[in-house]
Each structure stands twice: as structure tokens, then as C-alpha cells.
Design a protein around this ligand. Structure first.
Ligand code: ZN
Length: 273
């Protein structure tokens, strides 16, 4: 599932390819992924020009202007991909025709498992998912004091809290595991027992891990691809995720896997207390 760094990589690619260009036509091949009626979806986007491409958590928000201003909100979920200049295949659900004449190109929405969602809204507050999101990890609002105050009475393991988007937006399973490894914190530690120093570590390493991952253009677990269809480079930098039984890069003891809230957690029991 694409997490914040993967979606941010796609956002930057789309910005280069789409900004100030016009959707000349929208072809809906599989309306299953739409959360706006097909006719309205096409009508709202056709002949509109792309004014901005933003990200909130794992959602992409494309601001489109023309007769009126609308937002195309894309949640890629498990296997959604937005590919520029791709060739449509059996997983292509929507084809966005961009530009006219010689300048014409295609943006494909591909989605193998069809859990992704695309919608067009006039007001972003109509998207319930967005209104529930906590601060972005890079926002000033996400800071050690906020982490301590939010977690003070929590009886949940810190790993589960990092995956909770009402606490912090955009962090998924891969990066939650990697952040806690760098903090030297057990994923099972109760969030309500964090010290100020540990809250500072969570803040600092969240930013560090996510920045490194963005710089490496994301991780390619399963079928993540950036907007040009390429894999990400962060996979080589992953220290614990999906490395059960391999040696911990810090202490050489075997990395373990456990299951928390139905998700696999990978950690080093020696380094993470
Ligand atoms: Zn270790």
C-alpha cells in the first residue's frame, strides 16, 4: 500500500507532468473505483485545467479550474497507480486525456484490486476521510509536545498509534516499523508510557525516515510504482520491515515478526525496548 513517501513521489511527478494542462477527455473504463456518479465525474473534469496538485496523508488532491473550481481526490489504497504516458492494460480503470494536438498525453488510473477511490468535490470538507486526518508529520503541529499530550492516556501499543491517521497522517506499516527501529522503541510499548525524550525521538525519526524515503522515491513493496511506472529505491534502505529471521543491522540478532491489530510488525527485540 502506498504510504506518504510513495504518494508524495507520485505528487511531485504529476506536478511536473500535469500542472497548467487541461483534461481534454476522461474515459471511464470501470466505474467501480468512482465515488462520484460517472457522468458528473466526467463533466466536472472535462476541459478543466490543473492548477495545483497537493497531498494530504495518502490522498492526492488535484485542483482543477475552468467554469468552476473542483477537486479531484484520489486515494490509491492497496494497488492504485497513477501513470503518466503509460499504455493501458487490463488493470486500467480510468484514462485521463491530457492536452491537445501534439502535446497530448495520457494519465492512467490503474488498480489491480480496485480498492482505490476517485471522487470530484467542490468543497474538500465533503470528503470525510480528509476531515478526520491528524497533522502531517512535517507540520509544526506534529511535535513532541503534541505526541505526549495525544498519547498520555493511551493504552494502545505505540506501533498501532503510528498507524492511526487521526494521530498522524500518512504513516503506514513499513514506515511505522522503520521509525520505531530507529527510535530503539519496542512496537509493543504502551503509548501512554512514553517519556519526553522518546516523544522527541518519534518526532525526529518520523521526519528522518519519511524524508529519506521521499528522496529515494519511495519503497517498492508489492506493486507500488511512481507516476512513470518505476519502482522506488527505499527498499534497499529498509532495516527491519519484511526481514524476519535476517540479522539486525545494529546488533546482528534475528529480526522478529509479530502481529499487532492484524498487521505484521517487524522489530529487533534486542535493540527495541
Ligand atoms: Zn538489534
Amino acid at each position: 500500500m502506498p504510504e506518504l513517501p510513495e504518494v508524495e513521489t507520485i505528487r511531485r511527478d504529476l506536478e511536473k507532468a500535469l500542472l497548467h494542462k487541461t483534461f481534454s477527455q476522461i474515459e471511464v473504463i470501470d466505474p467501480f473505483v468512482l465515488r462520484t456518479p460517472q457522468d458528473k465525474f466526467i463533466d466536472a473534469l472535462k476541459k478543466k485545467s490543473v492548477e495545483a496538485i497537493d497531498r494530504r496523508g495518502k490522498a492526492l488532491i488535484v485542483t482543477c479550474v475552468g467554469r468552476d473550481k473542483v477537486y479531484l481526490v484520489v486515494q490509491l489504497m492497496m494497488t492504485g497507480q497513477l501513470i503518466i504516458e503509460g499504455v493501458p492494460d487490463k488493470h486500467t480503470r480510468i484514462i485521463f486525456h491530457v492536452g491537445n494536438g501534439r502535446d497530448r498525453s495520457l494519465m492512467l488510473y490503474n488498480d489491480q484490486r480496485r480498492f482505490g477511490q476517485l471522487r470530484v468535490v467542490k468543497d474538500l470538507s465533503d470528503v470525510k476521510h480528509l476531515s478526520l486526518l491528524g497533522p502531517e508529520p512535517f507540520d509544526a503541529a506534529f511535535n513532541p509536545k503534541y505526541i505526549l499530550e495525544y498519547t498520555r492516556h493511551s493504552k494502545r501499543p505505540i506501533k498501532n498509534l503510528l498507524l492511526d491517521h487521526t494521530f498522524v497522517a500518512g504513516i503506514g506499516n513499513i514506515y511505522a516499523c522503520e521509525i520505531l527501529f530507529r527510535c530503539g522503541l519496542s512496537p509493543k510499548r504502551l503509548a501512554g508510557r512514553l517519556s519526553l525524550a522518546q516523544a522527541k525521538d518519534i518526532h525526529q525519526y518520523s521526519i528522518q525516515v519519511l524524508n529519506e524515503a521521499i528522496e529515494a522515491r519511495g519503497s517498492s513493496m508489492r506493486n507500488y510504482r511512481d507516476a512513470s511506472g518505476q519502482e522506488g529505491g527505499f527498499k534497499k534502505l529498509i532495516r527491519v520491515y519484511a526481514r524476519e529471521g535476517e540479522n539486525c543491522p545494529r546488533c546482528q540478532s534475528p529480526i522478529q515478526r509479530t502481529v499487532q491489530a492484524g498487521r505484521s510488525t517487524f522489530y529487533c527485540p534486542q535493540c527495541q525496548k
